[in-house]
Design a protein around this ligand. Structure first.
Ligand code: ATP
Length: 235
């Protein structure tokens, strides 16, 4: 699905991605992990064409993305920080995004899943952080695209909403989709991921299953396996 070769990205003198290679499977949930500032969002934004790398190639379904921006209509994206006009109501925002994308949308089903009905007429400025995140999840999941990219989807969610999100992501996987996800909640990542991709020093340091990661680090639990990579590498 996504094939990345020799990706380099610098911001000024800061080398964030330094010859990164990654190939994702056709179907499944891939967690992109790494310490703060390791380049997870930069990688995601490079796939989306929002960050332009200095070197390297990204292909989606075998096609180079550069200068062929229409590939983006087949990606659903949840940004880490979504900045929508705060004076819009939830209903107005959903309608605006539907008008822009011009695709069939299943907003009602998702509003019901995240129990957002009481908030539909409220302005975004007046919503709690968790409710805003649920609105962002509705916007992201309503278009049924084959590739879903979720940058910190768990932010601000209570435990019940986390369970709903997990089921939603798993249902999308069952439909044959590829889901790339970043999250700092390790229990969530462990439960949901088919593969773990760990970024360190601008490259993929580890790419494998949770079980393989535990074995490679000689740790029985996932959080300790991740901590082991970080302490071994002084990250
Ligand atoms: N537009 C930009 N201009 C300058 N520096 C940037 C820009 N975007 C990101 N960076 C820097 O690149 C590095 C990687 O940032 P990035 O957001 O990709 O990390 P991350 O792994 O997603 O971090 P976190 O876990 O904290 O979300 C950071 O040092 C960040 O400050």
């Amino acid at each position: 699905m996504v094939n990345i070769q020799n990706l380099h990205k610098k911001f000024g003198s800061l080398q964030v991605l330094n010859g990164l290679n990654l190939e994702t499977p056709e179907n499944g949930i891939i967690a992109v992990l790494g310490p703060n500032g390791s380049g997870k969002t930069t990688l995601i934004k490079s796939i989306l064409g929002m960050v332009v790398p200095q070197k390297g190639e990204i292909k989606i379904n075998g096609k180079k993305i550069i200068k062929h921006w229409d590939y983006r209509k087949d990606i659903d994206y949840l940004p880490q920080i979504a900045n929508f006009p705060g004076n819009l109501s939830v209903t107005e925002l959903i309608k605006m995004i539907k008008d822009l994308r011009c695709k069939p949308a299943r907003d009602k089903e998702l509003i019901s899943l995240f129990k957002l009905e009481p908030f539909l007429d409220k302005k975004l400025n007046n919503l709690s952080g968790g409710s805003k995140q649920k609105v962002n999840l509705v916007l992201c999941f309503m278009f049924n695209s084959p590739l879903i990219i979720l940058d910190e989807p768990t932010t601000g969610l209570d435990p019940v909403s986390l369970i709903r999100l997990r089921k939603l992501i798993q249902n999308e996987k069952e439909k044959g989709k590829t889901i790339l996800i970043t999250s700092h909640i390790m229990s969530f990542v462990e439960e949901i991921s088919d593969r773990i991709v760990f970024l360190l020093e601008g490259k993929i340091y580890f790419n494998g299953t949770v079980a393989e990661l535990k074995k490679a680090t000689n740790q029985q639990d996932f959080e300790h396996a991740i901590a082991n990579i970080l302490s071994e590498n002084h990250a």
